[in-house]
Ligand binder design. Structure first.
Ligand code: C2O
Ligand code: CU
Length: 462
């Protein structure tokens, strides 16, 4: 966030008040001045078709699953009016956004059943990227997301180097249903509940934007920018598109410095990636985006069929003659390195099964204390055999190395999948926002069962 800090802070609210319709889908006109963007999200039970051909009791944002895609611009002052029409507390966590703790939607600030809350935050310069929003109530995050509460956030920069390239926002999720067609979320003390608690709840039905195996049209020669979000509770995707190589251009906190060509890419829970898909196929042809085998499991809870590739979506080429591919930039933006020599603390976080540093989450305990503005190095060591994807609220970090092997390139991240028996380090700077921040495993079953800690960032005493 070095670049973010250097940039001028936006201090005054613009006169413009953009009030979104109930759909919440944002406007896209260019306006240079900071604006205030106001929208309403109503969280409510709904009878919806989640699994194809069936309806079930779901939870929805503004009646939709996934919730509306929210689009903001750097500099926007955002006000989200949230009405909780559920019969239980909820929150909205704006996963990955660098915003005040009062707006973070952590389990410490529940919105009671029937109540409302206004989330207010500013989108700081440098944060353009792909994020998402989801509830984060104590012990119920996995349940509420499984019932349908998740949605995408796109933040745009005025100087986007990829502006003009057609985009797709693709929210990946999976779910499991009972024979009666309801969301299958077994009690924790049932046999399947115990497996889910250990393994993380996976479902056999895979969704892209709430749909099974949708088709994306493309024309030969065209380039598309895909923003992928993993909203699954536990499933990790290993994505490949037959006959195509991706240009990997961004991750959790936005674009990299340069595009990186890749044949496949791993997307852990909570993570986002941006890819350029180049239409190198022939007119009329079709390619399938698949998730390939990825072994995130402990052997004793590895589910049957874990190693069978699964189809996610079809890319369908039109019959039209190829267009000339657009020129793509070789440099995207600067990602200034956080200065590790300024680190004033080295923290050591141990992930074991369901525990962080041997403890379960306690809302009344502060596990780590840091100074506002401090640069710190965190080492997360996973001492068990399955992956645990680490997430820190409120601050983007840069992964330094994994088992001592330096990361190949710099990226802003709020997620770091820590593989079985891996030890990985990142550097972070606690700019701007004091308060209590969660860090946790983003396997929702692990998080809900207490694999979470609290970091308190405090202003330096004068
Ligand atoms: Cu997306 Cu604390 O989570
Ligand atoms: Cu975990």
């Amino acid at each position: 966030m070095a670049s973010r800090r250097r940039l001028r802070r936006l201090s005054s609210f613009a006169a413009l008040l953009a009030s979104f319709a109930a759909s919440g889908v944002a406007c896209a006109q260019e306006r240079p001045a900071p604006r205030t963007v106001e929208l309403t999200l109503t969280v409510a039970p709904a009878r919806l078709s989640l699994a194809p051909g069936d309806t079930c009791d779901a939870f929805a944002f503004n009646g939709q699953v996934p919730g509306p895609t929210l689009e903001f611009r750097e500099g926007d002052h955002v006000v989200v009016h949230v009405h909780n029409h559920l019969a239980e507390p909820t929150t909205i966590h704006w996963h990955g956004l660098h915003i005040p703790a009062s707006a973070d939607g952590s389990p410490m600030r529940p919105i009671p059943a029937g109540a409302s809350y206004d989330y207010k935050f500013t989108i700081l310069p440098g944060s353009a990227g792909t994020y998402w929003y989801h509830p984060h109530p104590d012990h119920r995050t996995g349940y509420q997301i499984a019932k349908g509460l998740y949605g995408a956030i796109v933040i745009r920069a005025a100087d986007d180097p990829l502006a003009g390239i057609p985009e797709q926002v693709l929210v990946l999720s999976d779910n499991r249903f009972t024979p009666a067609g309801e969301v299958d979320f077994p009690p924790p003390d049932s046999p399947q509940g115990r497996i889910d608690e250990e393994n993380g709840r996976e479902g056999p039905v895979l969704f892209v934007n709430g749909r099974v195996m949708p088709t994306i049209p493309i024309r030969a020669g065209e380039v598309q920018r895909w923003r992928l979000i993993n909203a699954s509770a536990a499933r990790i995707y290993r994505l490949a598109l037959a006959g195509h190589e991706f240009l990997y251009v961004g991750s959790d906190g936005g674009l990299f410095e340069r595009p990186v060509p890749v044949k496949e890419i791993v997307l852990a829970t909570g993570e986002r990636i941006e890819l350029l898909v180049r239409g190198t196929g022939a007119p009329g042809s079709r390619a399938v985006l698949q998730t390939l085998a990825y072994d995130r499991y402990d052997p004793h809870t590895r589910p049957a069929g874990w190693n069978v590739p699964r189809d996610l979506l079809a890319l369908q080429y039109s019959d039209s003659a190829p267009v000339t591919p657009p020129a793509l930039p070789s440099r995207l933006r600067a990602v200034p390195a956080l200065d590790t020599s300024r680190a004033t603390a080295h923290r050591y976080i141990v992930f074991s099964q369901g525990l962080i540093n041997g403890r379960k989450m306690d809302m009344n305990r502060v596990d780590e204390r840091a100074r506002l503005g401090a640069t710190e190095i965190w080492q997360v060591e996973n001492v068990v055999g399955m992956d645990h994807p680490f997430h820190l609220h409120g601050f983007q970090f840069q992964i330094l190395d994994r088992n001592g092997v330096p990361e190949p390139f710099r990226a802003w991240k709020d997620m770091m999948d820590v593989r079985g028996h891996e030890s990985a380090r990142f550097v972070v700077r606690f700019d701007d926002y004091p308060g209590k921040w969660m860090y946790h495993c983003h396997i929702l079953d692990h998080e809900d069962h207490g694999m979470m800690g609290i970091l308190e960032v405090t202003p330096t005493r004068r």
